[in-house]
Design a binder for this molecule. Sequence first.
Ligand SMILES: *Cc1c(COP(=O)(O)O)cnc(C)c1O
Length: 360
Amino acid sequence: MKRAFNFSAGPSMLPLDVIEKVAAELTDYNGCGESVMEMSHRSAEFKQILKDAEADLRDLMSIPDNYKVLFLQGGGTLQFSMVPLNLMTGSKKADYIVGGSWAKKAAKEAAKFGDVKVVASSEDDNFTYIPKVDKSQIRPDADYVHITYNNTIYGTHYAEVPDVGDVTLVADMSSCILSENIDVSKFGLIYAGAQKNIGPAGMTLVIVREDLLGKAPADIPIYLDYQIHADNDSSYNTPPCFAIYVAGEVFKKIKREGGVEVLLKANVEKAKMLYDYIDGSGFYKCPVAKEDRSLMNVVFVTGNGDLDKKFVSQAKEKGLHNLGGHRSIGGMRASIYNAMPKEGVEALIDFMEEFRKENA
Ligand SMILES: *Cc1c(COP(=O)(O)O)cnc(C)c1O
């Protein structure tokens, strides 16, 4: 069996033992004679899978009882629309803090549905930092404030939850969910596409406070109303069954191995190794402000575009895959999500040093 260290930003690596368990159960889940891929979403087996996945996630994230957990489709991108359609329904104003391209896309989409104000942006400096906001900048009658908690493309991350006063805080946590402990009660709504840090593509997680449900106008497409999914335990229509099952196996593994706290410790260690090497190398540079650096997506450059391309292709030959930066900015990006073992980061650093010696 050949397994590369895959530094893709998403879809990305999954824990090998989870993939192996899924493979072992692929044709016959738990002795029921069916694959989860073939199973009715109304079957007792699948209902249990769904129930366990939700319960384990609630446990892992200490999600309070007054929050609903929804397993939806449409990716992070559909949430750019669903959030305003459901929540921008009071004053029809929403404030966006723009720390990267995903946030910018979210704000642009929301502007179709109401009065969107970008209250802060770090675009002036190529999104190399998290824009700081004082709560006096937030419109007190805004229906919500939207942030991107970890900017996947630029490698920035909120060191702490921003204070937005009494306004509902909504966060896109697609690329950092379950990598660190989060106080869910500080947020009205959290969403995350599964394919970065949870499981395979196809499922999007939404965690929403109950009092925010039921505010969508009656004329929006029914699938886009959170209430309908909340009322039907994410099974109003066929949910992304297989993706939910694999995510559920990931949740079980995290629980078995000590929870999010243990992962955070490992994530801090992995990221520190890589940033320390980059900063001390005299060859590679991380453009991101130190206090805002992501634990999940480590962005770096040599300063020479051709050399960067050579780096990415030579790394691939060594079994270090997908180290190219996002197509919009180039350079390099190592996505080191929960499932990336420490050995992968060590192998990357070894290769970086070898490449530096040959090309410095
Ligand atoms: C990947 C990503 C998205 C887009 O997710 P899709 O599932 O492809 O729609 C949105 N926000 C963030 C922060 C991301 O990393």
